[in-house]
Design a protein around this ligand. Structure first.
Ligand code: ZN
Length: 289
């Protein structure tokens, strides 16, 4: 293990992840909806142009003047992302407290109002990115694999943030992750390595697709596609990494779901995001597999 590489990777992961809250916030919309043009927490409009998408810091600018001061949960509001058939319904209190699908019911400005969630420093995103990238830097060291994995970490943190907000893994993000991993890994692959990666991706896809089509499988096709992409990366590294990554995803997800169920904060059929656990499992599979 090389400490300078691990530290450098952690700094990169943390710094790059500081740019994610705004883009995650804008992309966390119900299926088929356009990306948000205004903040769902405080109603402030996002700036036009690239600045409105990628900027380090909270999802909202502290200088932004909210367009309206009306409460976030007014009748007919579609900023909530909850409509007929929404997957959001039924998610328990705990997830709301964690910020899953959270919307502020307070006016964003005015006397006595507290700073809305969208204007807080994104420590969680930065910590996740720095920890994941640092772990990979320590595990992989100076290797052509490392830059590929670091880019994947940043996209992974973004996917997890979006999934926690809206229980979705948008196709364009999963496709981008597939492209930025599969293309360079195909070039780097030794004999047999590419075939193993493709087979691992296919097996992951098939296994998760079986669960997804099972009635009450509680799995979306976003999870299936993400599992295939992660299966490719893990399969590239070897079967032990693939197996460990898959198993750990469920060892991480299972106890969290049981804990929330035991506390009565989610129902037996409440949908929970699986993306973050899949990504965390894959990360550990790459690092320790
Ligand atoms: Zn806001």
């Amino acid at each position: 293990m090389s400490l300078p590489i691990a530290i450098g990777a952690a700094v990169f992961g943390g710094a790059a992840s500081a740019f994610l809250p705004r883009v995650a916030h804008r992309l966390a919309v119900p299926s088929g909806a356009r990306p948000r043009s205004a903040c769902a927490d405080c109603n402030a409009a996002f700036p036009q142009g690239p600045d409105g998408w990628v900027r380090a810091g909270p999802s909202c600018d502290s200088q932004t003047v909210p367009r309206r001061h009306r409460l976030a949960a007014g009748p007919g509001s579609h900023r909530l992302g909850v409509g007929p058939g929404s997957h959001r319904l039924g998610v328990g209190q705990r997830w709301r407290r964690l910020g899953v699908g959270q919307r502020s019911h307070r006016p964003a400005v005015g006397p006595g109002s507290r700073r809305p969630a969208c204007r807080r420093t994104p420590w969680r995103t930065v910590t996740a990115g720095a920890a994941a990238a640092g772990l990979l830097g320590a595990a992989v060291g100076a290797s052509p694999l490392l830059p590929v994995l670091l880019v994947a970490v940043v996209l992974g943190v973004l996917l997890a943030a979006v999934d926690l907000r809206c229980l979705r893994l948008p196709n364009p993000l999963v496709a981008t992750l597939a492209l930025v991993t599969a293309a360079p890994l195909s070039v780097l692959a030794g004999p047999g390595q590419l075939a193993r990666a493709v087979i691992a991706a296919g097996l992951s896809f098939f296994a998760y697709a079986m669960i997804a089509i099972w009635p009450r499988g509680g799995l979306g096709f976003g999870d299936v596609k993400l599992a295939a992409v992660l299966g490719f990366v893990l399969g590239f590294l070897g079967w032990p990494a693939w197996l460990l990554g898959l198993a750990l995803a469920h060892l991480i997800n299972g106890p969290i779901a049981l804990f929330l169920l035991a506390k009565g904060e989610v129902g037996r059929r409440s949908p929970l995001p699986l993306g973050p656990a899949l990504l965390a499992g894959a990360l550990l599979g790459v690092a320790f597999g």
